[in-house]
Design a protein around this ligand. Structure first.
Ligand code: SF4
Length: 332
């Protein structure tokens, strides 16, 4: 096991200055714990924004939050909190002046230039594609962008989203870096609070039963969306649409589809129920079919990898995948 000095160095390096969790930072940790506790119930909101990107403390507060989440150790809850931090960050960008946004982007780790004459920002292509990989819509596809000096041109709205999504990717990377054993040891004195949060949050997880539906025949894209939903990862709008319409077509009940969504970070029963009913045709009378592979691919929502069925020349639709695999299962 690492010495406590090494852990301190690690936390200090990550937060850019954090030194004493039991002294000058204890008040900050207390606020984070209240924020975590307030976030257990989906509709509750902590008053104030601990993750304001215009304030210097955002980095230290965010990283300390991740260490505490490592102690709590619930994937579902971690995802919810990461998305709440993300929302706090985005909210704080609303009143930032154009000329200051690139400075904030730089602080988050996104080198970006601002062109005052035209009011747009230039970001590097790899950063743009990485940040936008989970945002659906043609606005965020590289093929539809304008370029200058080997960089992508974006307006403020787009940059707000790039910063927000990049922060999520970074937070997930940091979570992977933190060793739980060290986190428990370092934040031992906060254990009663953190264990209390863990127990309350655990009760929110709804086990998902897929009933008689043959999940072994699901294509990789649909399995990916289901796994994201179960782990509390937000799914882009088109991914949700593809998942709901697919599950409906293969015979899953509305109630079971709803259960899958109950772990999604921004879950609202009322809104989700309306969206699901709409896709299922109960509101408009139109029963939707999942998008074609081509559409999912152009929205970065295809996860075919080296799957042999997906890679076959005639694979054009997730439902075709399901039929082929089910047939293959019957023959074997
Ligand atoms: S090829 Fe089609 S079925 Fe396969 S993962 Fe991609 S979108 Fe889904």
């Amino acid at each position: 096991m690492e010495s406590s000095g090494t852990m301190e160095d690690k936390i200090r390096e990550m937060t850019g200055g954090f030194s004493d969790p039991f002294g000058d930072s204890s008040e900050r940790i207390g606020r984070i714990i209240r924020f975590l506790d307030d976030s257990i119930v989906a509709k509750n909101r902590y008053k104030g924004n601990l993750y304001d990107l215009t304030k210097n403390e955002w980095k230290m507060t965010s990283i300390l939050t991740l260490w505490l989440l490592k102690v709590i150790d619930l994937d579902y809850f971690t995802s919810r909190i990461i998305y709440r931090i993300r929302d706090g960050m985005e909210e704080s960008l609303q009143n930032v002046r154009d000329e200051d946004l690139s400075i904030i982007a730089e602080r988050v780790g996104i080198p970006m230039e601002f062109s005052p004459a035209e009011s747009f920002y230039i970001s590097r292509i790899p950063i743009f594609t990485k940040s936008c990989s989970r945002i659906s819509g043609s606005t965020f596809r590289l093929v539809y962008q304008s370029f200058r000096d080997n960089g992508v041109l974006s307006n403020k709205n787009k940059v707000d989203k790039i910063i927000r999504e990049y922060a999520v990717i970074q937070m997930r990377d940091i979570m992977d870096e933190i060793d739980r054993e060290n986190a428990v040891k370092y934040f031992e004195s906060y254990m009663p609070d953190l264990e209390g949060i863990r127990q309350k949050a655990q009760k929110l997880i709804t086990p998902v039963d897929l009933g008689d539906v043959d999940t072994s025949a699901f294509p990789p894209c649909i399995l990916h969306f289901i796994s994201d939903a179960k782990n509390g990862v937000n799914i882009p709008h088109m991914g949700r649409f593809a998942m709901v319409s697919f599950l409906n077509k293969v015979g899953m009940s509305e109630e079971d589809i709803m259960k899958i969504f109950s772990s999604v970070p921004d879950f609202s029963r009322k809104i989700t129920e309306y969206q699901v009913k709409h896709i299922l045709g109960e509101i408009s009378g139109i029963k939707y079919t999942p998008p074609k592979c081509e559409t999912l691919r152009s929205n970065h929502l295809c996860y075919m990898d080296d799957d042999p069925i997906c890679n076959s020349p005639n694979m054009k639709h997730p439902l075709t995948y399901y039929k082929i695999k089910k047939q293959a299962g019957k023959k074997s």
